[in-house]
Design a protein around this ligand. Structure first.
Ligand SMILES: Nc1nc2c(c(=O)[nH]1)N[C@H]1C(S)=C(S)[C@@H](COP(=O)(O)O)O[C@H]1N2
Ligand SMILES: [Mo]
Length: 262
């Protein structure tokens, strides 16, 4: 057996050198970000850890994918349910928010609030759908938090809306279920583990900087959580399901880690 070169898989900057492995950049990003194998990991060590020949890209990719799945479990184990993420002063709020979606802002389909409903399904006692006006009447919380997108940008935003735990209690959701899943007015889907859904800084947001949220930012209802990376924050929500069998999410199908805590 030829000995793999002892070059580090990390660049001097500490980032994984994806050119070495030619593996799926999203998986490498994920593993790098979560620092799962941070340290002086060499190609030799990687072949030892994964049990595969690092020159076989497919083998390395499937091993890394297994790391990402394992990472969901590890992240959920280390998640601290009442540990608060940093908040910021109002002077740092970016107005308007920075837009992102997996398509351009010109292609956002405006939501007609009169026809809009939040549909409920799954392990919920009261599945009556909600109109926006009824959601606006719920008690509000406000938080000024940082949104971090995996594309490498961030902004500080000021969000208000009903705390998700308060809402789940109100509809009689089974809080011992594993997941809360969302469908959106576009083709987007997302879901949260229940512990993150019940976190004090997770809300169904309706306002940005104290004003009703504008169309590109998720009008009339979006998720805002301080404990997850940008893409977990589903915009233009139309349906909420409480379930033990979560459907695959949009970015998960694209190869990103599902838990994506921060
Ligand atoms: N419905 C829907 N929600 C979505 C997306 C999307 O394409 N569709 N993009 C996600 C991504 S990748 C990011 S970074 C944030 C962007 O939120 P913002 O417009 O407030 O910056 O929305 C997330 N939620
Ligand atoms: Mo994102």
């Amino acid at each position: 057996m030829s000995k793999p070169p002892s070059r580090s898989i990390f660049r001097p900057s500490g980032k994984i050198d994806s050119s070495i492995l030619q593996a799926d950049p999203k998986l490498l990003y994920e593993i790098d970000r979560r620092k799962v194998i941070r340290g002086a990991v060499s190609l030799g060590a990687l072949s030892f850890l994964t049990g595969c020949n690092v020159s076989e890209v497919d083998q390395v990719q499937s091993a890394l994918r297994a790391v990402s799945t394992w990472n969901d479990l590890a992240q959920s184990v280390i998640f601290r349910p009442n540990h608060l993420a940093p908040t910021y002063p109002e002077s740092r709020v970016v107005k308007p928010p920075r837009f992102n979606a997996h398509y351009n802002i010109e292609d956002v389909q405006p939501v007609d609030v009169n026809g809009w409903k939040l549909e409920l399904s799954g392990l919920i006692a009261d599945k009556r759908p909600w109109r926006a006006s009824d959601i606006y009447a719920l008690p509000e919380q406000e938080m000024i938090i940082k949104h971090i997108c995996i594309e490498g940008w961030d902004y500080i935003g000021q969000w208000s809306g009903v705390n998700l735990k308060t809402f789940l209690e109100r509809i009689g959701a089974d809080l011992s279920a594993k997941y809360v899943a969302f469908k959106c007015a576009d083709d987007y889907t997302e879901s949260l583990d229940m512990a993150s859904a019940l976190h004090p800084q997770t809300m169904l947001a309706t306002k940005y900087a104290k004003e009703l949220m504008a169309d590109p930012f998720g009008f009339p209802l979006r998720l805002r959580t301080a404990t997850k990376i940008g893409f977990k924050n589903a915009k233009w929500i139309t349906a909420l399901e409480v379930t033990n069998n979560r459907p695959q999410t949009y970015y998960e199908k694209e190869g990103f880690n599902w838990f994506s805590g921060m």
